[in-house]
Design a protein around this ligand. Sequence first.
Ligand SMILES: C[S@@+](CC[C@H](N)C(=O)[O-])C[C@H]1O[C@@H](n2cnc3c(N)ncnc32)[C@H](O)[C@@H]1O
Length: 230
Amino acid sequence: MRHFTEICPFPESERKRLAARSYILWGIPTGGIGAEIGVFRGHFSEAIAKRLKPKKYYLIDPWTCAGETFDWGDAYTNFGALKTADARDEAVNRVRSASDAEVVVVEGYYPLCEDQIEEKLDWAYLDASHSFENTLNELRHIAKQMKPQGVIFGDDWQPDPAHEHHGVFRAVQQFSRTSNWQIVACGPGAQWKLHRMKRPNAKKHANATNAASAQTKDVKKPKPVKKRSD
Ligand SMILES: C[S@@+](CC[C@H](N)C(=O)[O-])C[C@H]1O[C@@H](n2cnc3c(N)ncnc32)[C@H](O)[C@@H]1O
């Protein structure tokens, strides 16, 4: 009997890219609760699970909600031969074989299914719709589901305006310009990563403000300058 991966091979170019992407996992705390939005067959989920050893891993993808097979992707989806249920099962098996994580499968379109994420997240990997508007919307929603020190990271940082996934590049930058999240890594392996900007220490800030206003009270008002009548 032929093995599933022989019937539905994963493109060699994507297999090679997996290694180029893994650096983005460095610095993310292990043992946390994370979510991947846009999972497909779980090739990168396996790398995430192996490196980050999550306690709980939400795998979010429409899979069978999108139909029996994928209607996009050419070689990536084996020209219509790959079944969405097989992709889902492969992803779950990959994560289970790489870690002891509690795996939560969410078959749905993010953010419509956001309520199925039960707790705040330590990290979220975004690799879903890829259009500018939808990615920006996904970022705005996932940001609200993150712990204060949470990390959002993802795939398809494509600076070339002609690239089909250029929308992600634009959305991540637009999001960082309009929120308190800043880009801390981007480029190699088409990866990107966002951290929340640290707010100034509220107490220190208040003390500094009080000291400044006390100083202003001591400053003598300048005498009014007489207008010259000539
Ligand atoms: C490029 S693949 C993900 C690849 C995977 N992250 C990896 O690195 O191997 C994109 C996936 O996003 C899924 N997707 C598209 N729109 C989505 C949405 N709104 N929410 C969640 N997943 C979505 C697709 O079904 C597809 O499986």
